[in-house]
Structures are given as C-alpha cells and as structure tokens.
Design a protein around this ligand. Structure first.
Ligand code: S3P
Length: 171
C-alpha cells in the first residue's frame, strides 16, 4: 500500500561526491528522522576505515559486508540511509534496497563530483589511477543503474538546503 511505502527508509544512492552523507544528514534533520551511513556502520563493525578494509580484504569482501549492513539497517524503523557509491551497483544489494526502501539517486555532473572528491581524497577507488578518468568511467558504467532508483534529484553545485527541499517535494 501507499502507507507501507511512506514508512520505508529513505535510501540515498549515487556516485561518491554526490553529497549523499551531507545531504542525507540535513534531510534527516528536516524530516525528524534518524540518519544512518552505511560506510560508517561498516567502519564501526570492522574497526577499519573503508580504505583499510579495501586494502586488507579487497572489494568483493567489502561488497558483502556492505550488503549485510544495509540488510540490517533496512529492517530498522524509517530513517535516512546514505549508502556508499557502489552499494546500489551490487545486484543483490540493489534488490534489497528496491524491496525495502525508497531509493533516491542524487545525480551530479562530473565537474561537481570531481571537485567534491578532491577536497578529501580518501576514496580507495580513486587511488588506482587518474581520478577524473576513473570518475568519468564510473559515471558511464553506473548512471544507467542509478537511474533505476525510485526518485532522481539533481544535486547541483549550490546549497544543500535546495537539494533537501527538492527531495522533500519529490517524496
Ligand atoms: C565506493 C564509494 C565509497 C565507499 C567505497 C566504494 C564506490 O562511498 O563505499 O570507497 O564504489 O563508489 P561514498 O560514495 O560515500 O564515497
């Protein structure tokens, strides 16, 4: 029913640097809901940073841990959940999010993403080559899949308040 859908966790998906965590935190405050961050939960559960986890266990193990964390969070009462940029790309994780959540793709242009990622380059996937080229390739591979989210909102270069208002209007 519509009511069931309205009670679902709001799950933010999209590329790293799209603003999932910072916009998600503001959105949660505005809606009076708890805010959860999948990357932070993985870090807490493993006692490793995301980079350390990738180095130590590899990406496949990270995706598995990420799926378990997201499966657990999706059982919790309604909240705003920021996921890591690769979460929605994993078919099993995507199926979970589609079944239990209301997914929102925060879409942004390459230059915005690049600028935001360079402010604090702690992303393991950007350390393996030229970051802008990597981001461009990730965009091409991922945007058609992110587009499967329930709602798409443009996350421009402007103030986060505006993006939050756009999400609330779209919910
Ligand atoms: C990843 C994005 C990161 C983090 C990991 C992998 C990805 O999360 O989960 O580095 O595959 O795009 P953010 O999107 O929060 O940076």
């Amino acid at each position: 029913s519509v009511n069931e859908y309205e009670n679902r966790p709001i799950v933010l998906v999209g590329l790293m640097g799209a603003g999932k965590s910072s916009i998600g935190r503001r959105l949660a405050t505005q809606l009076g809901l708890p805010f959860k961050d999948a990357d932070t939960e993985i870090e807490a559960a493993s006692n490793l940073s995301v980079s350390e986890f990738f180095n130590l266990h590899g990406e496949a193990a990270f995706r598995e841990g990420e799926r378990k964390v997201i499966a657990r969070l999706l059982k919790e009462p309604r909240h705003v959940l920021a996921t890591g940029g690769g979460a929605f790309m994993d078919p099993r994780t995507r199926a979970l999010i589609s079944k239990k959540g209301c997914s929102i793709w925060l879409r942004a242009e390459l230059d915005v993403i690049y600028k935001r990622c360079m402010k604090r380059n702690n992303r393991p996937l950007l350390k393996t080559g030229n970051p802008k080229t990597i981001l461009k390739n990730l965009m091409e591979a991922r945007y058609p899949v992110y587009a499967e989210a329930d709602i798409t909102v443009d996350s421009g270069d402007g103030p986060h308040e505006i993006v939050v208002d756009k999400i609330i209007a779209a919910l």
